[in-house]
Design a binder for this molecule. Structure first.
Ligand code: HSE
Length: 429
């Protein structure tokens, strides 16, 4: 087989990382693939920016979409980002033109994945997107290949490094969310616009992709219930510790008797479990299969090195001749099984109320919970001052989300409750 030509669109942190791997591991890669891998053309907005890698010798395409029709490009590596615009045009055209595609673009796949899978099927090309989910962790490979003999019942994990970094720093330093976020932005760990990271959208993109492979469904981003970490306070982190939990932003997709549930939100997970100890910018993913049981993967979820490592895994697959259906079955075999609303979640909850410490407050709260058939697990009250608010914190036994929501609406209306109640779902993972 001849040389495999790459056309790289986007030379940000990840693009520069890919150039670095191709250059540094030239011999290793060609030995592993039985053929050379060369960058034949690159495209980026600013031609003159110093990216810390030598780009001389690569042909420049002023328009990224030219890569999709370049006869020397076998694989279009899309590292531009964004769910619409240039990235979508480039990937669609490349697939129509029979070029393989490698992309790190989770938003694009979460929104247009099924349509792209149909296109890839029609021209028989391979779409690699290991870098789109959990950075350097080979979770797509695990799902598409390593666990292909299993029926998957659940996938979940810590899928956003920025949020995990922020909550780890809040716990270690006792800082408020906004202060840690500002510091993370100053240090360049968080994006200037961190909405997708802290709001859960980035994790939701990744979860929707994983769920499509796991449950043989068209990618269904719109059904993912999404909450971010903005409302978490150092007080909740401390109470979590007292109850034997740690707070993590998790993405969870599972098969239930009613259909497929997909949700991203902060969770309390037991300190005794593995997920609780995945801290800082690290990601974790857990896949539960009927024959293998639970398998856990931990690693760096972002950054030049880990993401370039994932991009190159796909490039090596293509160079070796691997061709897989994008979501592990051909697009025509994906079945839109029912999506389950989070209202049907059945599980335990942590509730923190800020109340005026007066007689009867707990009785009023308990009455509301009783009316909704919600049973208390434990309860802590801190401080004693009838004039100022004090926290009352409780955990419940298993309850249905819809009942819990109704109860919280009534509790929020009680005279002695001074702030909107804070709730965090407890997951015994
Ligand atoms: N911004 C993501 C994170 C990495 O913080 O994990 C790329 O998806």
């Amino acid at each position: 087989m001849g040389t495999l030509g790459l056309g790289i669109a986007g030379l940000g942190t990840v693009g520069a990382g890919v150039v670095d791997v191709v250059k540094r591991h030239r011999d290793l890669l060609s030995c592993r693939c039985g053929r050379a891998i060369e960058i034949t053309a690159v495209s980026a907005r600013d031609r003159n920016r110093d990216r810390g890698v030598d780009l001389s010798g690569f042909r420049w395409a002023d328009d990224a979409s030219d890569l999709a029709s370049d006869p020397e490009v076998d694989v279009v590596v899309e590292l531009i980002g964004g769910e619409e615009g240039i990235a979508l045009d480039l990937v669609e055209t490349a697939l129509k033109n029979g070029k393989h595609v490698v992309t790190a673009n989770k938003a694009l796949l979460a929104v247009h994945g099924t349509k792209l899978a149909e296109l890839a099927d029609s021209t028989g090309v391979h779409v690699g997107y290991e870098a789109a989910v959990a950075g350097g962790i080979p979770i797509i490979k695990a799902l598409r290949e390593g666990l292909a003999g299993n029926r998957i019942s659940r996938v979940y994990g810590i899928l956003n490094g920025t949020s995990n970094y922020i909550m780890t720093a809040m716990r270690e330093d006792g800082w408020a969310f906004a202060d840690v976020l500002a510091e993370a932005q100053r240090l360049g760990y968080a994006e200037a616009d961190p909405t997708l990271d802290i709001g859960g959208g980035d994790a939701a993109h990744k979860l929707a992709i994983m769920a499509s492979i796991a449950f043989r469904r068209p990618v269904d981003f719109d059904s993912v219930h999404v909450e971010g970490i903005q409302a978490i306070t150092p007080m909740d982190i401390e109470f979590a510790q007292e109850f034997g939990y740690r707070i993590k932003l998790l993405g969870i997709a599972q098969e239930t008797e009613h259909g497929i549930e997909q949700r991203v939100h902060p969770c309390m997970v037991p300190l005794s479990g593995p997920i609780a100890h995945v801290d800082g910018v690290f990601n974790a993913a857990v896949v539960e299969g009927d024959f293998v049981d639970a398998t856990t993967y931990v690693g760096r979820g972002a950054g030049a090195g880990p993401t370039a490592s994932a991009v190159m895994a796909d490039v090596v697959d293509i160079a070796r001749g691997t061709r897989l259906p994008m979501f592990n079955v051909s697009a025509s075999e994906l079945v839109a099984s029912p999506a389950v609303s989070i209202d049907r979640r059945n599980g335990a909850y942590y509730i923190r109320l800020m109340v005026l410490d007066r007689p009867g407050v707990i009785a009023d709260v308990s009455a509301v919970l009783r009316d909704e058939n919600i049973s208390l697990g434990s309860l802590i009250q801190r401080g004693r001052d009838p004039e100022t608010q004090v926290p009352v914190v409780m955990t419940t036994h298993e309850a249905e989300e819809a009942a819990m929501r109704r109860a919280l609406e009534r509790i929020a209306d009680l005279d002695s409750v001074t702030e909107a109640p804070m709730t965090i779902r407890i997951e015994e993972l």
